[in-house]
Design a protein around this ligand. Structure first.
Ligand SMILES: NC(=O)c1ccc[n+]([C@@H]2O[C@H](COP(=O)([O-])OP(=O)(O)OC[C@H]3O[C@@H](n4cnc5c(N)ncnc54)[C@H](OP(=O)(O)O)[C@@H]3O)[C@@H](O)[C@H]2O)c1
Length: 224
C-alpha cells in the first residue's frame, strides 16, 4: 500500500473574524478542474491516492464549503457525518434530497442571501448573509464567531474558489496535479472568476511538494 501523502497536518490558529481557510482541488497539468463538462462530476481525475488525500485533508477541518455548481454536478457527494458542511448558493436552487442534505441533516447548511433563503424557507438550514448577493465575508464571520468554526476546507468549484480568493480570505492552497491535459477555453480551472489586475496578484509560498508516481501534491501558504 502507498504511504499517505500527508502525515500530521498542522495549521496556525484561526483569526478572530473568520476561520483559517484552505482550498483543496485536483487539476490537469493544464490547470483544468474537470474531465467532462462543468455540469458533470470528476471522479476520474485524481488517483486513489488523491482521493485518500482528500479524506486526510477533510479530517483536519471543522467544516467544508462548496459551491452549488459542484453539488449539482456531483449529486452523490457526501462527507463524514461529523463535518459541518456548507454549500454556497445565490439562487437556492438545490436538490434537498441529495445525501449532502439527508445524511446528518443537522450539519448541512446553505450559505445564501435573503432571496435564496426565502426559496428554501423551512426546508434547509440557511446561513443568511447579504440581501441580493451573498456576502461571503459576513458568512465566514458568522461561521467563526457564532458557530465556532476554526478550520474551513473549501473544495471548489472554480467560481466559489475565485470569489474567496478575490476577497483574500484563503490561507492555503492544496493542489494535486494529475498527469492529464484537458484543454478548452471555457473549461473550469482551479479558480475562474474575474481576473485580478497585474498589481493585485496574490502571492503564495510553497510549503511542500510531494510527487508520487505521476502525480504531484502541492501545498501553498498565502504570503501577507
Ligand atoms: N477538480 C476538483 O478538485 C473539483 C472540485 C470541485 C468541483 N469540481 C468541478 O467543478 C465544477 C463546478 O464548478 P463551478 O465553478 O461550475 O461551480 P461552483 O463554484 O461549485 O458553484 C458555482 C455556484 O455556486 C454559487 N456561488 C459561487 N460563488 C458564489 C458567490 N460569490 N455568491 C453567490 N453564489 C455563489 C452559485 O450558485 P447558484 O447558481 O445556486 O446561485 C454559483 O452558480 C463541476 O464540474 C465539479 O465537478 C472539481
Amino acid at each position: 500500500m502507498t504511504e499517505p501523502v500527508y502525515g500530521h497536518l498542522e495549521f496556525p490558529a484561526a483569526p478572530a473574524e473568520r476561520p483559517y481557510a484552505y482550498i483543496n482541488m485536483v487539476t490537469t497539468i493544464d490547470g483544468k478542474s474537470v474531465t467532462g463538462m462543468r455540469t458533470e462530476d470528476v471522479q476520474d481525475l485524481g488517483s486513489s491516492l488523491d482521493h485518500a488525500t482528500m479524506r486526510t485533508i477533510e479530517a483536519t477541518a471543522d467544516a467544508v464549503l462548496i459551491g452549488a455548481g459542484s453539488l449539482r454536478a456531483t449529486a452523490k457527494l457526501q462527507y463524514a457525518p461529523r463535518l459541518a458542511r456548507f454549500v454556497v448558493s445565490r439562487s437556492g436552487d438545490l436538490d434537498l434530497s441529495s445525501p449532502f442534505f439527508v445524511k446528518s441533516p443537522e450539519n448541512a447548511w446553505v450559505v445564501t442571501a435573503r432571496a435564496g433563503a426565502k426559496r428554501l424557507e423551512g426546508r434547509a438550514h440557511c446561513l443568511v448573509a447579504g440581501e441580493a448577493d451573498v456576502d461571503l465575508t459576513e458568512a465566514l464571520r458568522r461561521m467563526r464567531v457564532e458557530m465556532g468554526i476554526g478550520r474551513l476546507l473549501i473544495e471548489g468549484g472554480s467560481e466559489l474558489n475565485a470569489s474567496l480568493l478575490a476577497l483574500d480570505v484563503v490561507d492555503e492552497l492544496f493542489l494535486t496535479l494529475a498527469p492529464l491535459v484537458k484543454l478548452g477555453r471555457t473549461t473550469p480551472t482551479y479558480a475562474d472568476g474575474e481576473a485580478l489586475s497585474r498589481g493585485a496578484l496574490l502571492g503564495f509560498g510553497l510549503l511542500s511538494s510531494i510527487s508520487v508516481g505521476d502525480e504531484v501534491f502541492l501545498r501553498y501558504k498565502r504570503l501577507r
